[in-house]
Design a protein around this ligand. Structure first.
Ligand SMILES: [Zn+2]
Length: 558
């Protein structure tokens, strides 16, 4: 009954159509009531989880809480045991007198609230949050306690052994503390939004660092005694040869954390004090492909990018240093142009995310499957759109450009600092200037900048020197990072991209064909409306989204 009424409410609010409601109810019926109404609405793509939860809050007259941007009180968290929190998908977030505020995805479930009341002896005030936000918060808030207990287990094990566990390590990797440690490391890294994990052996200890928002931060230090067992555990689950410790290896495994399936890539490299393991976390499945509207482009750049993608053949290049989000942009572009009536083929190293409906091909250097070799075969398979992970060498660049001239749309990346240098680099690589000029549709240079934590950023007036950096005449209010529990005391939360797009107009093409240099190309592009990376970063600083430090770091480094 309740579900039906929620459905009718959504229809009356114009949030879903009557037809969609019938589909949801039918799907729910098929599952014999095992699926909740809200889950089905989200699963069928009729509403986002956040929008559904907000609508539900409106209907039930319960407050909606965005847990990602809420200060969660640790004393409140600890009132509810972890097992209970996980069982009911709830997290206590605040204490007011004798009342405990509890975030739940089901505020009308009185059994849950009763359970918590009995367990804590406090009155409960329910607020509504999304299931995924609650699961993430549970992971984050309880995980530090887990780390302590896991480390205790590992330390006890190390002291039992009285020395390094080298020879018998293989028996130990299946032992509970090591398995738990490996799992906990991946869990905590994912919950901290880390992209990479470094497990680094030193003489006296092993350091574990994670990369968050582009910077490495320390996660924990562990005893050297367990290093070998831990690395062996990771090698074992990622399918490497655990007996081989003298040469680098790579492998992969999957792990489910808080309902998200992670695709985890592992590589090992022998060092003086043992093998260093680097783990890259790629999420699959649940995390949807970004749309080009979600890339953080300014309106001007977005229009330009979109018009470039509509050109039927030619080359579009995305450039920037490693970790500047080039692949995300390429994938978003593919998502935009991959229609059922075109054949889209990619050649990548590695394939970072599997995309439905696109033929993806993995480079395998050892087997002779290089970018160039793969590309030659792909071109024999009647493609319309080809995405080349990287134009790493002259041969690949040459084949790519020729493919564009013969009627294909080619997307690729290059490691250069800005858009204009990219053109010069292609010519330096040995591609004839007239070929570049004929085929190039445009170049997008990009960088990632950290976004200031909205919870703790501090306003102040800009100095003369900073005005000069931003290219503005007089002081304005800008923001600087501070640090609070919401942002792990870094002052930043998440990242956004800045872009610089050169569209190859007839004038720009003529300059390229004549062998023009970077300055000449850039000047022509600017006259045509191109905003440089620094202009883009300056806009973000002026809007209070990022700091002067980030502007300098992202646009002045070489
Ligand atoms: Zn903060």
């Amino acid at each position: 009954m309740r579900n039906e009424r929620i459905g009718d409410y959504l229809v009356s609010q114009g949030l879903i159509t009557e037809e969609q409601l019938q589909k949801v109810l039918a799907t729910q019926k098929e599952s014999n009531g095992a699926k909740k109404f809200g889950d089905v609405v989200v699963e069928l793509g009729f509403m986002t989880e956040i929008n559904f939860t907000k609508a539900l809050a409106g209907k039930l007259r319960v407050q909606y809480v965005d847990l990602d941007n809420t200060d969660i009180n640790t004393d409140a968290v600890q009132k509810v045991p972890e097992a209970l929190a996980r069982k009911h998908t709830v997290i206590a977030i605040a204490i007011t007198g004798k009342r405990l505020t509890v975030a739940t995805n089901d505020p009308v479930n009185f059994i849950v609230l009763e359970d918590i009341k009995v367990s804590t002896g406090m009155d409960t005030v329910p607020v509504l949050a999304t299931t995924s936000a609650i699961n993430k918060a549970i992971g984050k808030c309880y995980s530090m306690q887990n780390v302590d207990s896991v480390l205790e287990g590992v330390t006890a094990m190390a002291s039992d052994l009285g020395g390094p566990m080298d020879e018998e390590a293989n028996d130990r990797v299946e032992s509970a503390p090591i398995v738990k440690l490996a799992t906990t490391i991946v869990e905590n890294s994912f919950r901290a939004d880390a992209t990479d994990i470094h497990i680094e052996p030193f003489d006296k200890y092993t350091r574990i660092r994670i990369r968050v928002n582009g910077d490495l931060v320390e996660l924990m230090n562990i005893s050297s005694a367990v290093h070998s067992a831990l690395t062996t555990r990771f090698k074992l689950i990622s399918g490497m040869n655990i007996a081989e410790k003298r040469i680098p290896q790579d492998g992969r495994f999957t792990q489910v954390v808080d309902g998200t399936t992670l695709d985890v890539r592992v590589s090992s490299l022998p060092m003086v004090h043992g093998e260093k393991i680097v783990i890259r976390i790629l999420s699959t499945g649940q995390i949807a492909l970004r749309k080009i509207t979600d890339l953080g482009m300014s309106d001007y750049n977005y229009q330009l990018f979109e018009s470039m993608l509509r050109v039927p053949h030619g080359v579009i290049l995305v450039t920037g240093p490693t970790g500047s989000g080039k692949t995300t942009t390429l994938y978003a572009a593919l998502g935009e142009i991959a229609k059922p009536n075109v054949n889209v083929v990619t050649v990548e190293d590695p394939v970072e995310k599997a995309i439905d409906g696109i033929n993806q091909c993995q480079v395998n250097q050892k087997a002779g499957m290089t970018f160039a070799a793969a590309l030659r075969s792909i071109l024999r398979q009647d493609p319309d759109i080809v995405m080349i992970g990287e134009m790493r060498d002259t041969e690949t660049a040459d084949i790519g450009i020729r493919a564009a001239i013969t009627g294909h749309l080619v997307l690729s990346t290059l490691h250069t600092n800005d858009a204009a240098s990219t053109v010069v680099r292609l010519v330096d690589m040995g591609v004839a200037p007239y070929m570049v000029a004929t085929s190039l549709i445009g170049v997008i240079a990009q960088r990632l900048v950290k976004v200031l934590c909205p919870n703790c950023k501090r306003a102040r007036m800009s100095t003369d020197e900073e005005n000069e950096l931003m290219g503005i005449p007089s002081s304005i209010q800008i923001y600087e990072p501070v640090g609070c529990p919401n942002c792990n005391n870094t002052g930043y939360r998440g990242r956004t991209a800045i872009h610089e797009i050169i569209h190859c107009t007839a004038k720009v093409s003529a300059i390229i064909a004549a062998g023009g240099g970077k300055e000449e190309i850039e000047a022509a592009a600017k006259a045509n409306g191109t905003k440089l990376l620094r202009d883009n970063a300056s806009e973000l600083v002026q809007a209070g989204e990022t700091s002067i430090d980030e502007l300098v770091r992202s646009t002045f480094s070489v």
